[in-house]
Design a protein around this ligand. Structure first.
Ligand code: HAM
Length: 455
């Protein structure tokens, strides 16, 4: 019988060490920058009750759930996003906590999506949220955090932009500026959200049929949304007090980001709506400037979600940044660090009699935090040296019969080839030791880190 062929599920990734190292590189940048902004890390379970997402997240995500009934007859799903879990977790404990709450996490999320570039069925998503603060400074703080993480990874304003909008402003413009009826606003929002994905004529046609605009007004509206910034809004709709009022938070937000020195990264764009149902105010997405990739990150204000899941009515703002699109962008820009294996020491034994000494020495060095490898069976010296090179050993300690009787080993620096005899006591004590890898693999010699989108 032929051996079964267990292939990986479509849309899922393996992470062999070189890919894992890249993943770690991104996660570490996310964590460093989160801490710089005073955020604390949290996590929750990967499985959640199905009800947590129904209605709160919106149709799109609910249609993509990995859900099932468990052995206790519970309706369960793998988490497709983190925000409802955060709302649930805080619903149980926020009352006693000082505000604002600044929390971040890097969960693996699961969505049964149609596969395409930048979209898999699992991804890791850094989430950072500020809960319990409704001032615009909190909105600015989270988008600044997202921008700074990309800068930390080597990207600049030439590589990406934060496209920012405000659902309240969009509502005011649609209702007051364009005269769209209250009951057609939802349809108009959905259409604007798909603005860039649909051909222009179709958007115009649907603006007329679904949002109830006259053909000419629909055409004008589409023209407008493609180009409207804050000055344009003031010039065009400044006469409306409601629209002026609705533009004020976004204007303050852009001002704060300017003060932070991040003005070059920010672009007002009313076509940013966000697909998720719970957003209530300023929303944003980060995109590559070449317009080649899907959104790197998305987020915004959601002031009613915590109450909806049964917690304190707390305002909240945050974002999710996935590792897939970001990985593609970093690869496209040559910002994937090289990968090379590295250990502090490889032990080479001349004969089987030295193995007990090798075991002792390896363990004593490891006790001191050094990384050490040695051949796990008797091997020719040449082979052991070759393996030491493959492992990326900084130094080889050669343990031979004569040295052993003298209580010494030969230390070979692998970069220079220099050799010297050193007492075992000094080796263990680290005398003359340069830097240690601390058991961590060095980032070198790797330049192709496409995070592995699957066709
Ligand atoms: P989202 O826009 O659904 O937001 O996802 C945020 C980011 O996660 C996207 O911009 C994208 O980079 C990545 N992402 C989403 N789905 C996939 C996928 N199937 N494959 C690869 N990457 C993906 C949320 O999930 C909100 N809960 C974010 C948030 C947090 N809002 C407030 N706080």
């Amino acid at each position: 019988m032929a051996a079964p062929n267990f292939s990986r599920l479509p849309g899922f990734r393996d992470f062999p060490p070189e890919d894992f190292a890249f993943r770690q590189h991104v996660f570490e940048a996310w964590r460093r920058v989160s801490r710089r902004y005073g955020f604390l890390e949290y996590d929750g379970p990967p499985l959640e009750p199905l009800d947590l997402y129904v209605e709160k997240s919106g149709e799109e995500i609910v249609g993509q759930l990995y859900n099932f009934v468990d052995k206790g007859d519970r309706e369960i799903t793998l988490r497709p996003e983190m925000t409802p879990s955060l709302a649930r977790i805080l619903g149980e404990r926020s009352r006693g906590m000082s505000k604002p709450i600044r929390w971040f996490t890097v969960p693996q999320l699961f969505r049964y999506e149609r596969q395409q570039r930048g979209r898999l069925r699992e991804h890791f998503q850094w989430n950072a949220d500020i809960v319990g603060e409704d001032s615009v400074a909190a909105d600015a703080e989270v988008v600044a955090l997202a921008i700074d993480a990309l800068r930390e990874l080597g990207l600049t304003h030439e590589d990406f932009r934060a496209r920012v909008s405000d659902r309240r402003l969009l509502t005011a413009v649609l209702r007051e500026g364009l005269g769209i009826a209250e009951d057609r606003l939802g349809a108009a929002f959905a259409l604007i959200d798909r603005f860039e994905k649909l051909p222009r004529e179709l958007v115009v046609e649907r603006m007329a049929s679904e949002a109830g605009l006259e053909a000419r007004a629909a055409d004008e509206a589409v023209e407008l949304f493609g180009s409207l910034d804050l000055d344009g809004i003031a010039a065009r709709f400044g006469g409306s007090e409601n629209i002026r009022g609705a533009a004020a938070p976004l204007s303050e937000y852009v001002g704060i980001l300017g003060e932070m020195g991040l003005g070059d990264y920010v672009q007002v764009d009313l076509t940013i709506v966000r697909g998720l149902a719970y957003y209530t105010g300023i929303v944003f997405e980060l995109f590559d400037t070449h317009g080649e990739l899907r959104a790197i990150c998305g987020g915004g204000r959601y002031d009613r979600l915590l109450e909806l899941v049964g917690g304190e009515p707390l305002p909240a703002v945050g974002f999710g940044m996935g590792d897939v699109v970001l990985g593609e962008l970093l690869a496209d820009r040559g910002l994937v660090p090289g990968y090379r294996r590295a250990v502090d020491y490889a032990l080479v034994t001349i004969g089987a009699e030295q193995r007990p000494l090798a075991y002792r020495l390896a363990h004593q060095l490891r006790e001191r935090g050094r990384s050490v490898v040695f051949a796990l069976r008797d091997q020719a010296v040449r082979k052991q040296f070759k393996a030491a090179e493959t492992e990326g050993a900084a130094r080889v300690l050669v343990i031979g019969p004569e040295e052993a009787t003298r209580g010494t080993v030969k230390v070979r620096e692998m970069t220079t080839g220099a050799e010297r005899e050193v007492s075992i006591a000094d080796v263990i004590a680290g005398v003359g030791e340069v830097a240690s890898t601390g058991g961590k693999n060095a980032d070198k010699e790797r330049d192709n880190g496409d995070a592995g989108a699957e066709a």
